[in-house]
Each structure stands twice: as structure tokens, then as C-alpha cells.
Write a protein that binds this ligand. Structure first.
Ligand SMILES: [Zn+2]
Ligand SMILES: [Zn+2]
Length: 629
């Protein structure tokens, strides 16, 4: 290994006269197939034999390019370039999978002004024999850069069959990286956001947006949309409205909602393009235990996290206008790039009565304890990160902070940004702060130990049910853990897996009186929550008339009532008592309501209810505990 002295003046970067461009550099649409050249122009110190370049396509922020067929050449006759493409980690739920290209110079060294061109998605020839185009990532982003590093001196030991070590070697990044804009594809569907509970009186505000086949919002979409409400029962008022797109491609209109009991949804159609969409079902009569239902995502990331993409301002916009959430907690990782900004945004976007923002962060202990999110009722709170998870409680304000373990029953399967992380250690507990468990998110659901839809990760002893079995009183919440700054969206590559493979997600329904921090917080403290796989499934669950999340006195007999209105047909409803499914009802309809009478031989600790739709989506109502006498 030679000395790295020439890099000392440039703080580990390549000298400024080594540059690169991408050809063509015009913007590409998401998922576009094509051929791109990365052209590296050599600086005055040349590139020695055995030197070369390392190219990492955009990968850091849950982006993923397929590099296709890769070839490389130089501008100098008599040289050749050996190309090797590393594919990184095997496809996994937890690791980014992205290719890294190494191009190593053979034959002759390069001098100043020479070029080395690496072609992604080379069209192929009778030599390479096949066509495998490169493919742009499926998420829009501006100035998406390819990370190019240059090995000027030929320092990498290429004779070693294990060369080069990912992240190691002697490649130094160019000071200016070649970049390209990735823009949305054509609008493929309309998304419609309707408030759930504006019952009876007056018109309700509806938001409509267009999205492409990859779920990206088409912010330059223009059109006049026809909206109509479609009801299914008597008394439903059918209305129509026009909505014209405005700021950021968003259209909004006020529509009349049903005056009486009924279920309706809103359909929208763009006459010009023919694209259509429909909302989730709205049922003004559906008020679990007399409360309104407020929807929120309690777990997601922006580019304030090292592994997230998109600005936090965008994330709030998306949460409210695209996902139609009533509240959100942006949980960027501890050591967020700008905690003051997280604080300022939670304050700025909180609009009492309309939209609620909670200040929050994720604390991801490496090596132990599992991950936990911390939520605050107040603004301007700190972001404590004690080494020992048991010390966290002392640094939080009682009654005004909540701690929620997430993805409790899975682990990192090896090294990640945060080192090897573990399933939730439930011995780290404080009953005042730790009142919930994230039962589902993009990685899967963590209800039980056994793996089987909709539970796709388990067997680690830390499932929600295992925690309940330890006597912990935990309500159920869902959060996406979306890393694209898209709260409420299940579309995320999450470690390289395409969103098209994502089977689940997570949002939280909170039963409260109004959309304010205080009202939602009171409901969270009372565990009046249920979780769904990102679907607006309406769910009511009571035992002896008591609301989900409560604790009731022991009786000889329990009346268990479950009512649900699905976003698809409900396949079944299950009632779980102390970890066992004691009642189950096969349903074949979107709406269902049922009552059971239960006379357990011994006093149980808790009941909870679960709804599973035919399409695999699910909802879990927080338990109701029985106080022992
Ligand atoms: Zn985490
Ligand atoms: Zn997270």
C-alpha cells in the first residue's frame, strides 16, 4: 500500500481537477430504462495502472438504480478496463441492496485530460451478447448523484480475490459528483383524501392528487376533475363537484356529506386523461365509544435522518394533503442533522383543530435494547440519548413524554447504519412512559411469534403478544417507518426491496374528541388506539361497554362487541383472550358487527380484537384489561 499523501491537502477527496459528468444529463422519469455514461476526466496526476474508479449509483436514501450491463473504456488506445460489479448485501428486509461498480485500468496508465467512461446499461453487442439496460430509481429526487471515487495511484490490491473492500480501498470521492434529476412518470391514478368524521352538517374539504405508477405525486399535474359521492344506503346524499388543480398539483373541493346514517366514498375522474380514483369509505355514524377517529403515522423519517430522503417540510405536506392524516410524528433518528429544525417544524405545522404535529425522535440503540421512539406533548424538548436504555426515563417529563418500542420482534440481521440492532428488550420498561407497542409497520407485523400473514417477521420472543404475556399494558399503534418523507405511505424501498413487494404498513387510529395535541395525547395515554396496515379500516371494540385501551373490573361474564367497516371485504374477526383466539367470526362483507358472550373459567388478564380483510390488510384494537380482584 502506498502512502495517501497526495490526498492530504484535499481532506480525503480527489484533487479538484478530477471531474466527472453523466451523459445524457437530462432529467429521467422514475423507473426509466436506458443507457448512461459516467465520463471521468483525468487530472494532472493521471491514473496509474491498477488504479481506476469506483461508482456507487444513488443508494443512500432508499433510492436504487439498477446499473444493467456495465462496460468501460478509456480515450487512450492500448488500454483496457476491467469491470467488476458488486451487488452488495443479499436481498433482505434490513439491508440496502445496491450495486457498486469497480473499473480497473489495465495496459497503460492515463494522463491529464484522458477520459475513462463507464457505461451503465450498455446496449450490448455480439461480444457482450445481451441487452440489459440500466433502470432509474422509482422515487423522484432532484440532483440525484452518482458517487464517483478515483484511485489515482493504483492502491487497491486487485490481485486479492476479495478486493475491493466495500467502503475501503483507496478510492477518494470527486469533489463534484455527477448528478441527474429523477422526475415522476405519467399520472396513473388519483388519490382522494376525505375527512372521516365531518358528519351531517355542511360540506367537507376533499383533496385530490395524481400519482404515477410508482406512487410519486405528480406535482405538475393539471386538470379539472369531476368528483362525486357514491353512497350505499338510504339517506345518502349524492353530490357532484368540480376541482381544479392548483398548488403542487393538488385539487380541492368542498362536497356535501351524507345527512344520515350511511357509508359513502368519493370518486374522482380526470376527463382529459381518463385517470380515476376513489377514497376510502366514510361513515359519519361510525363513532367508536362516541369518539371521533383521527388517523396518524407515528413513525417516519426525512433527510434529517442519515438514511432518509426528502425535506421535513415536504413530509408534513405529504402527511396532511396526500396521505390525509390528522396527525403525524416525524421520528428522525437521534443525532438528527438538525434537532432545532425538527422542533421548529413540529411547532409550525401543528394547527389545533385541523392537523396535529408531535415532536418526536427515534432512539436506535446499537447492540442492545431494540429501537424506541420518543414523543412529546410540548415543543422545545431535548433529545436525550443515554447509553443505558434504563436511564431514559429519568430524562423525560412524566406525563408529557411517551416511549414506544417499534419493530419489536425483529432485528438487523447483521451490520446496518446503526450497527447490529436487536429485538425489543421488554425488561427495559416503565409503565408510565411505555404504554404502547408498534404492532405493524413496513417490515411486517409483530403481533405474535409465529410467522404467517400478516405477520412476516417473528420468532424472536419480543412480539406484542409476548410483551402482553409479561403483564405489560400496551396499546397498539402502527407507523410506517417510511424513509422517503412520505408519512402514511407504504411505498418505500426499505433496504432495497421494491415497494411493490411490501405486504404491510402501519398507521394509528386514535379515538379522541378533537384534533389537538391535548385531546390526542389524552387518548394516547388512555391507549384508545388501534393500528392498521395503512388502511382506513374503521373499528370499534368494547368489553362490557368499555372502550379499547381501558381496564375494567372482573365479572363472571363479559360481553365483547366488535364492529368494523373495511376498505375491502372483511374475511374474519378474531377475539384474543390471554394470547389465545377464543372467538372467531367468518365475515364476507365490508361491514360487520358482532357480539359474543364470554364466561372464562379463570379471570383473564386481557382481551383484544383483530380484523383481517380478504386482501390481507388488518387492524388490531388495543387490549382491554381485566383488573384482578
Ligand atoms: Zn428503528
Ligand atoms: Zn425508524
Amino acid at each position: 500500500m502506498k502512502s495517501d499523501s497526495i490526498y492530504e491537502q484535499t481532506a480525503g477527496q480527489a484533487p479538484a481537477d478530477y471531474t466527472a459528468r453523466i451523459v445524457p444529463d437530462s432529467s429521467v422519469t422514475v423507473g426509466q430504462h436506458g443507457t448512461w455514461d459516467i465520463v471521468i476526466i483525468v487530472g494532472v496526476q493521471g491514473i496509474a495502472l491498477g488504479g481506476g474508479v469506483r461508482i456507487a449509483p444513488p443508494h443512500r436514501e432508499k433510492q436504487r438504480w439498477d446499473v444493467g450491463n456495465v462496460v468501460a473504456a478509456t480515450s487512450v488506445p492500448g488500454t483496457s478496463v476491467h469491470v467488476r460489479v458488486e451487488n452488495g448485501h443479499p436481498l433482505s428486509y434490513h439491508h440496502s441492496q445496491y450495486p457498486v461498480i469497480y473499473a480497473v485500468l489495465e495496459g497503460k496508465p492515463l494522463k491529464a485530460g484522458d477520459t475513462l467512461t463507464v457505461t451503465l446499461g450498455h446496449p450490448g453487442s455480439y461480444i457482450s451478447g445481451f441487452r440489459q439496460p440500466a433502470q432509474a430509481q422509482d422515487i423522484i429526487s432532484v440532483d440525484t448523484f452518482f458517487e464517483v471515487g478515483v484511485d489515482i495511484e493504483g492502491n487497491t490490491d486487485y490481485s486479492n480475490p476479495d478486493y475491493p473492500v466495500r467502503g475501503g480501498g483507496r478510492h477518494f470521492p470527486l469533489q463534484q459528483q455527477p448528478a441527474i434529476d429523477v422526475i415522476p412518470a405519467a399520472p396513473a391514478a388519483l388519490g382522494i383524501v376525505v375527512p372521516q368524521f365531518e358528519a351531517g352538517e355542511g360540506p367537507a374539504q376533499v383533496f385530490v392528487h395524481a400519482r404515477d405508477a410508482f406512487g410519486n405525486v405528480c406535482e405538475s399535474f393539471q386538470g379539472t376533475l369531476k368528483l362525486e359521492t357514491v353512497g350505499d344506503s338510504d339517506g345518502t346524499l349524492e353530490t357532484e363537484a368540480d376541482a381544479t388543480t392548483g398548488d403542487r398539483g393538488l385539487a380541492n373541493a368542498r362536497i356535501d356529506v351524507p345527512a344520515r346514517n350511511g357509508v359513502f366514498l368519493v370518486r374522482a375522474r380526470d376527463e382529459a386523461s381518463g385517470i380515476i380514483g376513489k377514497s376510502w369509505p366514510v361513515a359519519p355514524y361510525f363513532r367508536p365509544s362516541g369518539y371521533n377517529i383521527y388517523w396518524g403515522d407515528m413513525h417516519n423519517h426525512t433527510n434529517l435522518s442519515g438514511d432518509g430522503v426528502r425535506d421535513i417540510d415536504d413530509a408534513y405536506w405529504y402527511a396532511r394533503h396526500i396521505s390525509g392524516l390528522d396527525f403525524v410524528a416525524i421520528t428522525d433518528h437521534e443525532g438528527s442533522k438538525d434537532w432545532e429544525r425538527s422542533q421548529a417544524c413540529a411547532k409550525a405545522y401543528n394547527a389545533p383543530g385541523e392537523f396535529t404535529a408531535f415532536l418526536a425522535y427515534e432512539y436506535s440503540w446499537a447492540g442492545a435494547y431494540g429501537h424506541r421512539n420518543v414523543y412529546y406533548l410540548d415543543d422545545d424538548m431535548p433529545c436525550p440519548t443515554p447509553d443505558d436504555a434504563n436511564d431514559l426515563w429519568d430524562q423525560l417529563p412524566p406525563g408529557r413524554a411517551l416511549v414506544i418500542p417499534h419493530h419489536p420482534n425483529t432485528h438487523s440481521e447483521g451490520g446496518t447504519t446503526f450497527g447490529r440492532w436487536q429485538p425489543t428488550d421488554w425488561s427495559v420498561h416503565h409503565p408510565e412512559f411505555q404504554r404502547h407497542v408498534e404492532i405493524c409497520q413496513l417490515r411486517g407485523s409483530f403481533e405474535v411469534e409465529e410467522v404467517g400473514a400478516p405477520v412476516i417477521l417473528g420468532g424472536n420472543g419480543s412480539s406484542a403478544r409476548s410483551a402482553l404475556a409479561k403483564g405489560l399494558r400496551l396499546g397498539f399503534v402502527g407507523g410506517t417507518d417510511n424513509h422517503r418523507g412520505h408519512p402514511g405511505s407504504r411505498m418505500d424501498t426499505m433496504g432495497g426491496i421494491s415497494f411493490r413487494l411490501r405486504p404491510v404498513g402501519g398507521i394509528t387510529a386514535v379515538l379522541a374528541s378533537e384534533c389537538t395535541r391535548e385531546s390526542l395525547w389524552e387518548a394516547l395515554l388512555a391507549r384508545r388506539t388501534y393500528a392498521t396496515t395503512c388502511e382506513h379500516i374503521l373499528l370499534d371494540f368494547s368489553v362490557n361497554g368499555a372502550c379499547m385501551g381501558s381496564a375494567i373490573a372482573a365479572e363472571a361474564e363479559y360481553t365483547i362487541r366488535v364492529a368494523a367497516l373495511g376498505t375491502n371485504d372483511v374475511a374474519r374477526i378474531d377475539v384474543i383472550r390471554d394470547g389465545e383466539e377464543v372467538h372467531s367470526l367468518a365475515v364476507n362483507d365490508a361491514a360487520c358487527e358482532h357480539e359474543w358472550s364470554d364466561r372464562p373459567a379463570e379471570q383473564p388478564a386481557y382481551y383484544y380484537a383483530r380484523v383481517i380483510q380478504k386482501d390481507g390488510n388488518a387492524a388490531w384494537a388495543s387490549p382491554i384489561w381485566i383488573e384482578s380482584k
